[in-house]
Design a protein around this ligand. Structure first.
Ligand SMILES: Cc1cc2nc3c(=O)[nH]c(=O)nc-3n(C[C@H](O)[C@H](O)[C@H](O)COP(=O)(O)OP(=O)(O)OC[C@H]3O[C@@H](n4cnc5c(N)ncnc54)[C@H](O)[C@@H]3O)c2cc1C
Length: 381
């Protein structure tokens, strides 16, 4: 049974039906084998691009789908329920388009945005470095202005789609000022001097490639800079407010999938002469899982509706990321418990869900950093 969603229009309902259909046909059948083989499904992103899904959250005037954020996030949730690696990739791709869509000139937007939002080009987002994750102001990768352009040198770590992307939205230091000295560049994958290391050997989300990117004398034209010199960190942080909601939605989808697997199993597995769902101790565990999933969904939707209304939503985005990813960790761990010994095997997907949930508490700002953001808002209020 599909999740019974509160959607703002009949058009949104049709869109969700279409997304569910595509996800059931194109994502679900591949997920387990690609994750096991650690294969990156580049062709799936092409399919989603052709269906118009990658640009849904951007205005139609820019070549996007013009959907409200509350609808976009529910699309991500549906993808996350079928294949978290792809859903994370879709969310990250949307993040990589944010600086150009929000801060690029009309000329820059006309040149690159249609292919980015149309899914012909896949993006990667380079903010983190080996020694600058939670604290991006500590970054060291540098762009030096030269005749008509910049030369970039440094190392960006943990790049989702690293080595597969067509462009790299990169935050790079253009002066020593800690936060006012960072600028944003759109670096094409074929730029000379840009290389990817061997992908990280991860605990989960193994269908999503994560790699260190090396910038060695990478020359870009001046028109590859998005926004003003020094505006890069505010752009990156604004992009992350929206991106965090994407991760919250994907985590909710993952938790929903774990809940569905658990309920289906608990209805058929018998102990002491009855289905385990009819043992109150286990039924209460499932009830808590359902409550956690619903709380996660409601929390990200509240933040999305604020964003759609043009209200401030940064604090709510951090709350949503914290609540939804902690819920996904709890629900997927409990799903393994519901399936007993079978839950601990690779015959069922719940152990994979549990490994996938863990990283959601770490990327796009760890959950400690979300608490820091929330506490700062409280201190300012
Ligand atoms: C699979 C994966 C994909 C990723 N994709 C991308 C990507 O596409 N682009 C990108 O730029 N980055 C990406 N990242 C990087 C990710 O955003 C960082 O790993 C994350 O921000 C944490 O940084 P760190 O790993 O350096 O940990 P650190 O910053 O070293 O933190 C270590 C621990 O200390 C805690 N901590 C740090 N500072 C504080 C504080 N002030 N108060 C309390 N606790 C604190 C953290 O919460 C954490 O528990 C990805 C990471 C992973 C694992």
């Amino acid at each position: 049974m599909p999740v019974d969603r509160l959607l703002p229009s009949a058009e949104a309902r049709e869109l969700l039906d279409l997304v569910r259909d595509i996800a059931d046909r194109e994502l679900l059948p591949l997920a387990a084998s690609y994750e096991r083989e650690e294969r990156f499904p580049r062709e799936v992103f092409r399919t989603l691009g052709k269906a118009g899904i990658l640009g849904l959250a951007y205005p139609e005037s820019q070549g996007g789908g013009g959907q409200p954020y509350e609808v976009w996030l529910q699309v991500l949730e549906e993808l996350g329920a079928r294949w978290a690696s792809v859903a994370v990739g879709v969310s990250v791709h949307a993040l990589t388009c944010f600086p150009l869509a929000g801060y690029g000139t009309t000329e820059q937007q006309e040149r690159w945005l249609p292919e980015m939002l149309g899914g012909e080009l896949l993006g990667a987002y380079c903010l983190s470095e080996p020694d600058a994750g939670s604290d991006p102001g500590a970054m060291r990768t540098r762009a030096v202005a030269t005749d008509g352009g910049y030369v970039l040198d440094g190392v960006k770590a943990w790049v989702t789609h690293g080595g597969h992307a067509d462009f790299y939205t990169s935050m790079v230091r253009t002066s020593d000022a800690r936060s006012g000295g960072i600028s944003c560049f759109l670096v094409p994958a074929d730029a000379a001097g840009l290389t990817a290391d061997r992908p990280e050997d991860k605990m989960g989300l193994t269908g999503s490639t994560t790699a260190t990117m090396r910038f060695e004398g990478v020359r870009v034209e001046a028109d590859r800079r998005m926004g003003a010199e020094g505006q890069g960190l505010p752009i990156a942080l604004a992009a992350l407010d929206a991106g965090r909601l994407g991760i919250a939605a994907v985590a909710t989808g993952l938790a929903q999938a774990a809940l569905e697997q658990s309920v289906a199993y608990a209805k058929t597995r018998q102990t002491f002469g009855k289905a385990i769902i009819d043992h109150q101790g286990l039924g209460f565990l499932l009830a808590d899982m359902a409550a956690a999933v619903q709380t996660a969904r409601t929390t990200y939707l509240d933040a999305a509706r604020r964003k759609d209304l043009g209200m401030a939503y940064a604090q709510e985005a951090s709350i949503a990321k914290l609540v939804a990813t902690d819920a996904a960790m709890k629900v997927t761990t409990d799903a393994v418990q519901v399936l007993g010994g079978y839950g601990y095997t690779r015959d069922f997907p719940v152990e994979r869900f549990m490994r996938e949930a863990k990283v959601m508490q770490i990327f796009e700002g760890t959950n400690q950093i979300q608490r820091m953001v929330i506490a700062r808002h409280l201190a300012k209020s």
